[in-house]
Design a protein around this ligand. Sequence first.
Ligand code: BES
Ligand code: MN
Ligand code: ZN
Length: 493
Amino acid sequence: MLPKLSFSKLSVPGKGVAVVFVNDKLSAGAVTSDLLGGAEGLLARAAETAGFSGKARTTLDLIAPAGLGLDRLIVIGLGAEELSETDWMALGGVAMGAIGSAKAATVCLEAPGGDIAAEMAAAFAMGMKLRGYSFDRYKSRKDEDAPTEPARVEIGTSDAKGAKKAWAEADGVSDGVVLARDLVNEPANVLTTLEFAKRAQALADLGVEVEVLDEKAMKKLKMNALLGVAQGSETPPRLVVMRWNGGKKDAQPVAFVGKGVVFDTGGISIKPAASMEDMKGDMGGAAAVTGLMHALAARKAKVNVVGVIGLVENMPDGKAQRPGDIVTAMSGATIEVINTDAEGRLVLADALWYTQDRFKPAFMINLATLTGAVLVALGSQHAGVFSNDDALVGRLAEAGAATDEKVWRLPLSKEYDKLIDTPNADMKNTGGRMAGSITAAQFLQRFVNDVPWVHIDVAGTAMASPKTETSKGWASGYGVRLLDRLVREHYEG
Ligand code: BES
Ligand code: MN
Ligand code: ZN
């Protein structure tokens, strides 16, 4: 459950559950040292007994510590190194994990080296909040040790005022991450194309302008690549356009485009049964774009942004698209559909073309759970990125390092592009077994004109993700913090 967080001035906690920090020499900040001074020798003795050495992100949990009025004292290791924003975020996650089902806790957010900057405090709070997230709305019987109400957590820090201010923005970003996680976690019988569009429309409450294009509108625009994917499903496709106008009037917008396949059976080229249930997450790109729009609107980012998501369901059916079918995309290019399971690129072909054509963005970044091959190449540690613009992808890589939502660039070239040529049409939608992520990216690039563009393949990072300090696993919300950072660092004001 998401905790209720507040900031206050640092002071010695007298009762309840307290969280404090020590480095690898078991030294603490002033207030914590004051607290521990009330129980001479306690920390050294407990640490010795438990084998706790203050290593980064480790914990020592003392119940009813003798000499103190506290019910519990949770000591968290800071290690020896200097701590970055993402370190503090991870520590927030560790703290939330350690608090467990406690109803309330006080955190003494300080380190032996001196005061903690407001941004670090906000990062810590974000880590706590994101670790608290769990997707349990369909559990009618809750786990016995699960909290029944949100934990009230008071974070004591030297610059409480600054922390509150930083948190007001960071909290909006965390809500964007939470939204993206919810969308990815929702099963496809609930999160249909229509339900997804509805949830995007709810962003209107934050001042986002939302437009929903239905089948008829898309037919008129000749989006036959996208429509071909959708034609086997009982639920119709939607293209959702979200606009946040926080920048100067008439300033060129930046654009984000997401693959929103609410379920990917593979279509007639049907997938094997094993793990097919994971394909409810094949809208992870669209979820990140929606979460990002939430984040930017919530923190009133000073920038004009367009978010476009293509929502379809890929099903086998009497009306479904067949292997060998040839469709004409909105751009006018013809595509031979060799494999109906390579559907994401068909959706994006029209969504990308539409976005650059209508909005003339300063840049266009798309996110998609596009290929299994990117998992083979990079696992869940980096998203694969492809770009026609060194400067833009360089900025993205920096944002990735700063947020720990890392990206790794893979190549594009004429030789790879050739692999999707076919005698029967302008291109085919698969390029064979080799270099699968790259040929998918080459396909997308054929629908990008001279606008700076990045494709982020998030098949390994947005869904089926491992547990981390700040996530209980599966839906990570990957991309929201990454792109929020990119926008904040370079495109606002
Ligand atoms: N949605 C899948 C990619 C995927 C695989 C995402 C695993 C997350 C985890 C995509 O639509 C797909 O099926 N891609 C095929 C392409 C192939 C048919 C050329 C793939 O990767 O096997
Ligand atoms: Mn597929
Ligand atoms: Zn897919």
